[in-house]
Design a protein around this ligand. Structure first.
Ligand code: EPU
Length: 420
């Protein structure tokens, strides 16, 4: 296993290129299963998760290549069976269910199970499929979804934590080939859902309202091949903006979409971080002293859960008390005890973390537990005095493309080493 060795205390300076969005790319790659014609998807980040999706598509029978950020998929003939060994490695693989159901009228997919950040059920995905007329059976750890035909209908997809991103993607994809009109209420509004809808429309689907809580899909007989460029990764962009602020540096984040980052930019501003637009780029610089802020994670356009850990690393440096409340995933605070190893003073009270910021932080060995927690530990290590070893960075490699190389270009002293 590999680790990062970080010598902290160097302000990051320079320009960083943002990769394509992982969470947009994954369902878009799965959507290519909806047609027997070739699809070309550009600006796909080279990550273990996207490589993994390539393997899944291949295992279903599609011809797939992934060269220089371009994924080509030709799903001429496919099967509808996804094995436990494939699905358990990446929870996001559940987004093949909608396309398989739409195209083959049957899907047999291993239940993905929970993960470190929470239980992560798929009841809402299944509720959506059932509303389109699918019969759902759960047996032996597998979901069997079958339908003689899928028919449009009106359905409410809100759950206990609000809308579901991949659930919306799955039902939207299934509905593209259903008979009649499907209306999804309480749909997720995330930019990744909009990007998927744009790709599906380019394939000949008839979708309107994506980006709002009501999405309308008029079923069509067949979808055709299409080309698409994935949107920039808003979570990666936020991570670099925060790293710039945490190290008291100045970083130009190239191609970051400010319109996808409103809640993050708002909270960074409150925390005393200046983020200016320069053409199509965003430039982050710590204006003066960092200030504490209270944050609650919410579905889009609220503050993203995927930036909660990184923001906590920053607020640990801001003198005063910040309260961070996690409303999307019930156990997404695994980074708290690792940040404490660096000297951060954080207490968990129910769904909230109370950050008593401004305590000195210094390097220590820490363990990454999930993707965004790893990014928080890297940010904290970059800001801390001395050497931080972040272990198990395979979590980070799932969702950040060449993060160490990008940080090195900004002046960070960071090395990828074999874990001892
Ligand atoms: N939920 C249900 N039932 C369902 C589905 C979800 O109760 O059937 C609950 C979840 O347990 C959670 C909430 O609804 O409490 C929201 O989960 P959602 O379904 O929106 O999450 P997801 O679609 O599985 C995507 C991203 C996550 C990101 C979340 C929330 C991908 C591949 N994953 O997951 O990304 O945190 O949306 O924005 O798009 C990450 O990139 O680090 C990551 C975890």
């Amino acid at each position: 296993m590999e680790s990062f060795l970080i010598k902290g205390g160097v302000p990051l300076r320079g320009t960083v290129d943002i990769s394509g969005s992982k969470n947009a790319a994954l369902p878009i790659m799965a959507a290519a299963l909806l047609t027997d014609e070739p699809c070309v998807i550009r600006r796909v980040p080279d990550l273990s998760d996207t490589r993994f999706m390539v393997d899944i598509l291949k295992s279903l029978g599609a011809e797939v290549s992934f060269v220089n950020g371009t994924v080509s998929v030709h799903a001429k003939k496919i099967s509808g069976y996804a094995d436990y060994e494939l699905v358990r490695k990446m929870r996001g693989s559940i987004c093949i269910a909608g396309p398989l159901l739409a195209r083959l009228h049957k899907a047999r997919i291993s239940l993905p199970g929970g993960c470190i950040i929470g239980a992560r059920p798929i009841n809402l995905h299944l509720k959506g499929f059932a509303a389109l007329g699918a019969k759902i059976k759960i047996e032996g750890g597998y979901v069997d979804a079958t339908a003689k035909k899928l028919s449009g209908g009106s359905l409410f997809l809100g759950g206990r934590a609000g809308p579901t991103v991949l659930g919306t993607a799955n039902v939207m994809m299934a509905a593209t080939l259903a008979d009649g009109v499907t209306v999804i209420e309480s749909a997720a509004c995330e930019p990744e859902v909009v990007d998927l809808a744009n790709f599906l429309n380019a394939m000949g689907a008839k979708i309107s309202g994506a980006g709002s809580p009501t999405i309308t899909i008029t079923g069509v007989k067949k979808l055709h091949g299409a080309e698409h460029e994935v949107i920039p990764d808003r979570i990666e962009a936020a991570t670099f903006l925060i790293a710039a602020a945490a190290t008291n540096g100045e970083v130009t984040v190239k191609g970051a979409r400010a319109d996808h980052l409103r809640a993050v930019l708002d909270k960074l501003g409150e925390a005393g971080v200046s983020v200016r637009r320069r053409g199509k780029d965003l430039v982050a610089r710590r204006g003066g002293k960092l200030k504490p802020v209270d944050i609650t994670t919410l579905p889009y356009a609220g503050f993203p859960t995927d930036v909660q850990a990184q923001m906590m690393a920053l607020l640990a440096l801001a003198p005063g008390i910040s309260i961070i409340t996690e409303r999307i995933f019930e156990s997404r605070f695994m980074h708290v005890s690792e940040l404490a190893r660096l000297g951060a003073d954080i207490e968990i009270e129910g769904p909230s973390a109370i950050v008593k910021g401004g305590k000195p932080v210094s390097g220590a060995p820490v363990m990454a537990s999930d993707l965004r927690a790893s990014a928080a530990l890297v940010i904290a290590g970059l800001a801390a005095k001395g050497v931080t070893q972040v272990n198990r960075i395979y979590h980070l490699d799932r969702g950040y493309e060449r993060m160490d190389e990008k940080l090195k270009k900004l002046g960070a002293r960071i090395q990828r080493v074999e874990e001892k």
